[in-house]
Design a protein around this ligand. Sequence first.
Ligand SMILES: *Cc1c(COP(=O)(O)O)cnc(C)c1O
Ligand code: SF4
Length: 394
Amino acid sequence: MNNNAVALEHQKLISETVTQTRISKRPQDYQQISLYKDVNPLDWEDWHWQLKHRIATLEELAQVIKLTSDEEEGIKKASGRLSMAITPYWLTLIDPEDPNCPFRRQAVPVVFESVVGPHEMVDPCAEDRDSPVPHLVHRYPDRVLLLATESCAMYCRHCTRRRLVGEHIESNSPTRFDAAIEYIKSNRKIRDVLISGGDPFILEDEEIESLIQKLRSISHIEFLRIGTRVPVTLPHRITEKLANMLKKYAPIWISIHFNHPKEITKRCKNACDMLADSGMPLGSQSVLLKGVNDRPYIMKRLMHELLQIRVRPYYIYQCDPVRGTQHFRTPVAVGINIIEKLRGHTSGYAVPTYVIDGPGGGGKIPVGPNYVLSQAKGKYVLRNYKGKIYTYLE
Ligand SMILES: *Cc1c(COP(=O)(O)O)cnc(C)c1O
Ligand code: SF4
C-alpha cells in the first residue's frame, strides 16, 4: 500500500468508527418500554409468552418506534406469507430513532419488499424441484434438508424461504413426516439430516424429540444437525429442559443464524452456553446484507464475538435472489473482500466460507479471494494474505 492508500484506509476506519459508536437510543431494560412496563419478569422469561406477544401490527409497533413512511407502507403490504412478527425481546434491541439499526432492518418490512428486482425468483435455489416427498429437499447424495415447520420466532425480512415461511395454518398431524422418514430409511446413501424450516425450535420439546428419535433410529444416519435462529431472536426458548432433551441424542450439531455482532447479547450468550454445555457443537450462518453487515470490520467483530461464545463461524451466504430482497443484496465483490480482510488477518477459526447457492439448484458454491496466481508443470505461484508472492514446487 502506498501512503495515499494508507491514508484512505485510515479515513475509512475513522468514519466507520464514528458510525459504530453512534449512541443507540434503545432502552436498557424492557420495563422502560411503556408497552411492557407492567410485564412480570417470569412472563418475560417465558418463551410462550414472548411468542404470544409478538408485534404483528403497525399500530403496536408505532407505539414504540418512530416509523418511516417506507416502513409504514411495507408493514401494510406484508400480510400473508412472511408477515411481520417481532418478539418483544427483539423489539427491546431496536433503536427507535434509527431506521438503519440492524435489528430494525432485519425485522421491519419496508416498501422495497414489494419490488421484484432483476433475476429475482420465488424459489431461487429450486428447493421445490428437488423435493421427492413433502418436507424434504434432497440435493446432495449423502444429505437431506428436512423442513420441520414453516413458522419462526421472528420473520427475517431477507428470508430466502419466504415462499413457505410465515404465519398460517400448518398441519401439525403427528404423521406429517412419515413419508420423509420412509424416504430417508430407504436411501442408505443418506448419512446426514439437517432439520430446518422455518425454525425447528418453534415446535414443542415433545415434537422435536419425537422427530429426533425417529431419525436416530435409522442406522445409516450418522450426522444430525438443526438450523435455527431462536438463540438470537428468542433466546428464552433455549431452556434447561430443551437442552437436557437434546443431550440424550448428542451429538447434534447446531447452526445458528447470526448477522450482526450486536445480536450477541448476554441473554443470547446464555442460550448458546446452555447448548454448548450440553454437548452441542455450534456453528454460525450469516447472510450478507447491505447496510447491516457488509463492512469487513463488522463481520470481523461478529466472528470474534462468536468464537468467544463457542460458536464456530461456518458460512456467509450471498443474499439469494429471492423476490423482494434487492435492497439487501450487495455485489459479490463485497463478500470476497470480507474474506480477503479476514483470512490471514485473524484466527483461522474466525474465517467462515463465503458461498453462493447456485441459482436453479446448484448447491452451495464457495467463492473467495484467489490465492493461486498461476499453475503449470508442478509449479504453483501463490500469494499470501499480504500480497507477497511465493512459489511452491511439487
Ligand atoms: C445447505 C444445504 C445442505 C447442507 O449443506 P452443507 O454444505 O453440508 O452444510 C443440504 N441440503 C440442502 C438442500 C441445503 O440447502
Ligand atoms: S429464521 Fe430463517 S427461516 Fe425464519 S424467517 Fe429468518 S431466515 Fe427465514
